[in-house]
Structure formats: C-alpha cells, structure tokens
Design a protein around this ligand. Structure first.
Ligand code: AMP
Length: 408
C-alpha cells in the first residue's frame, strides 16, 4: 500500500470485533462512508497444532497459518498484518473498538462504553450465555491491552429486543423461579434485525415507525422477528439462541421434556445435552450437513435425509411466519436476510409458496436475480412486499459504537 492510500484512512473509523471461543472476526470500517478498510477472521485460536488468519486489506487477500496461543496473540497478529498493509491502528485515529457481545441480560438496553463497571456486569451475566459471553470478554481484554487509547464499546445482540412486550418475553413457569434465575426471553441477532428492518423501511420509502414487518434472519444461526412500527413485538430466539427456527446445528423449538428422557433413559449429562442441542441437531443432526448449499443439492438429487431436513426447516419457518402475521395484524413487508435468506432463492420461494390469499406472491424472475442490493422479490400486485436485504452487522456495530462515543 502506498503512503497516499494510507492517508485515506479517515479519522473516525471503527475496529469491529466479534470474538468466539476459538475465533476472532474483525473489520475496520468507516461508519459514515461505509468503506471497509480491512476484514478477516482468525481461527483455531488456542489449538496447539496451529491456527490461521484470513485477512483482506488494501485490495489483497491473504491466508496465513500461524500458532495462535490465545486471543491476545490473534489480535497482535491482526495488528501486524495491518501494519504490513500500511495501516497502523495506533495512529489511525479510530473512534472506537466495537465489540459484539452476545448477551446483555436485563442490564444492557443500548451499546455501552466498556469501563470496569460494564465489564464486570458482562461477566456477571455470563452464566446466561456460557458459550458466548466469556469469549467476548477475552476479546475485549485482548484488544484493550493492545489499543489502550481507543474507547471499547459493547454492542449487545439482545439490546434491540429488550423491550419485548411482557407476554412475548415471559415463559410460563413458576414466576419466583423465573425471577431468581433471570429466565425470560431475551432474543438474539438484534443488531441484524435492527439494521435490516431500518434498511427495509428506507427501501419502501416509508418512516420506520409506520412499517410492520417480519424479518427472517436465516444463516447458520436463524431467527425471526415481528416488528411493529420499528419496535419488535416478538422474536423466535429466547433465553438462549437455541429456541425458535431450525438452524444449521441447533434444534430450535423442541419439547422441554426431551431433556428428561435423554437424562433419565439415555443417561446423558447436562453438558452432553447442551452439546447435542447446540452442535449435533438442526440440519446437521437430521442430514449430517449444515451447509445449506449441499442440503439443496442433495434435495435436488432425491436424498431422503436431506429432503426430510429441508421439510422440517420449512415447516418451522412457515409456522413462525404465520404466527407473526397474526400477531402483527397488518404486515407491510417480509424480509429475508443472512447467508441462506440472501442467497437461497429456493428457500424464499418454498417458505412463501401458496400464500396468495394472504397477499404474498413471489415473482420468480425477481427472486432468481443475483445481486447484493436491497430488492423486492414480490410481484407488484401483491399486498405484502417481500424483500431481500443483505445484513451488515459489522457496519451496524460500527455505527452504534461511533454514536455512543460521540455522545460521551
Ligand atoms: P451465515 O451464518 O449468515 O453466514 O450463513 C451461512 C449459511 O448460508 C450456510 O448454511 C451456507 O450454506 C448458506 N449459504 C451461503 N451461500 C448460499 C447459497 N448461495 N445458497 C444457499 N445457501 C447459502
């Protein structure tokens, strides 16, 4: 990269960090111009056999194999790769580091600058998301050690749903037990649902607070939300990201009694059941595959297990669409997003087939079009607009982080 290109990193960019248990996704993005300076993924952190970083910046893509003993080593490696590309993070006048934090519990309704109090609160609620919040904290500490002068901000997956109506947020179990253990529906993927619903309203040329919509975030994780005038009134994920739609490897809704059978008769421990529900269920559990592209190929080839998995997936999806249409009463738009929702025309068509009586009709040509633009795939005559809106959680995290810091 030349000095001229380096100078183009406008002050105010945000480094977005999404830290998982053995991975760290990052993006350096300008929240105003939306320019992405760099992005990548460090994987297999902590594995003695070695890790890898996929990195793209300054117009070139690289993949390196490297031992990454911990998250701090991973972020140091990213800083070094950026330096080789002519980007010095310490000198880049970053506005903030925006960290995705999965669970904000009841404590966090909005993005928050991470000080000692916020950090210990994220730690306190970690038992609600044992697979997610602890690695998020590791990411926060690792980046703060390397970039101590850039304000760290936590953007919570649950925040958009913090005000769900109580009838949607409450589980019908003993009220005292629920209070004691913070058992309620929190919802997840909130950053995506928020971003996508705003983009959808913008596309329709209507104020967000006038649009009723159903957002279907269909990726490896999947969730649906019912949004009335900009405010979510229901969402399919619950106390944890296990509830709701059938996902790549997660069950979605199942009878809570199944756990009793597995424990009593199957002699499985809580951790066994946790792994089964999170890692060996959903499409993978049913068909051995969680990549939707291969599921669709196998369905086309007549494979029985993949066909059943696909039918179960669609059955659940249509179940939620129907429920949310009734909850909302009037629906202006149904919006598809994330890896499957944005790319799998067949899933969109099958999810909404035979709903003409409800004002839902997909135009096959529009649906088949391949573009990364926001677009309408329903016919002009259909009462409900069906849209495809590419999600961009990193950009939304960057925007929210920059906004919080600007308010300081
Ligand atoms: P995400 O979690 O949003 O990254 O989405 C990942 C999922 O999107 C995986 O199941 C992929 O197989 C699926 N996906 C990505 N591209 C396509 C495509 N062209 N057709 C079908 N599924 C896709």
């Amino acid at each position: 990269m030349t000095a001229v290109e380096k100078a183009e990193i406008v002050p105010g960019a945000v480094l977005v960090i999404n830290a998982g248990s053995s991975s760290l996704k990052y993006q350096l993005v300008d929240p105003v111009t939306e320019q992405v300076y760099a992005d990548g993924l460090a994987e297999r952190i902590g594995e003695p056999s070695g890790g890898a970083v996929k990195h793209e910046a300054a117009g070139r893509k690289r993949e390196i194999e490297v031992i990454l003993p911990d998250h701090r080593a991973a972020i140091a490696q990213v800083v070094e790769l950026l330096r080789e590309d002519g980007i010095d993070l310490a000198d880049a006048a970053l506005a903030a580091v925006g960290h995705r934090v999965v669970h904000g519990g009841r404590s966090f309704h909005a993005p928050s600058v991470i000080d000692d109090r916020v950090r210990s609160e994220i730690e306190r609620i970690a038992p609600l998301a044992p697979l997610h919040n602890p690695p998020n904290l590791v990411g926060i500490d690792a980046v703060s050690a390397l970039l101590p002068d850039v304000p760290p901000v936590a953007v919570f997956d649950t925040a958009f749903f913090h005000n769900l109506p109580e009838e949607a947020a409450t589980y019908a179990i003993d009220a005292e037990t629920a209070r004691k253990y913070a058992i309620r529906r929190y919802g997840f993927h909130g950053t995506s649902h928020q971003y996508v619903s705003l983009r959808a309203a913008e596309f329709l040329g209507r104020p967000d607070d006038e649009v009723n919509q159903i957002v279907l975030h269909l990726g490896n994780g999947a969730s649906a939300s019912a949004i009335r005038g900009g405010r979510p009134i229901d969402t399919s994920m619950g106390m944890t990201p296990l509830e709701g739609l059938v996902m790549g490897t997660r069950t979605g809704d199942i009878d809570p009694g199944i756990a009793f059978q597995l424990a009593r008769v199957g002699e499985m421990t809580i951790d066994d059941i946790d792994r089964l529900y999170n890692k060996r269920s959903g499409l993978k559990g049913l068909s051995g595959d969680n990549d939707f592209r291969s599921i669709l190929e196998r369905v086309a080839a007549g494979d029985a297990a993949a066909t059943l998995a696909y039918k179960v997936y669609l059955h659940r999806l249509r179940h939620y669409i129907g429920a949310y249409m009734i909850e909302l009463g009037r629906v202006d738009a149904i919006v598809f997003t994330a890896g499957v929702g944005e790319n799998a025309a067949q899933v969109r068509a099958d999810a909404l087939t035979d709903l003409g009586a409800y004002g839902i009709e997909i135009d096959p040509e529009r649906n088949a079009e391949r573009t990364d633009q926001v677009r309408r795939i329903s016919t002009d005559a259909a009462a409900i607009a069906v849209l495809v809106v590419p999600t961009n959680e990193e950009l939304e995290i960057a925007r929210q982080s920059a906004a919080v810091v600007a308010d300081l």
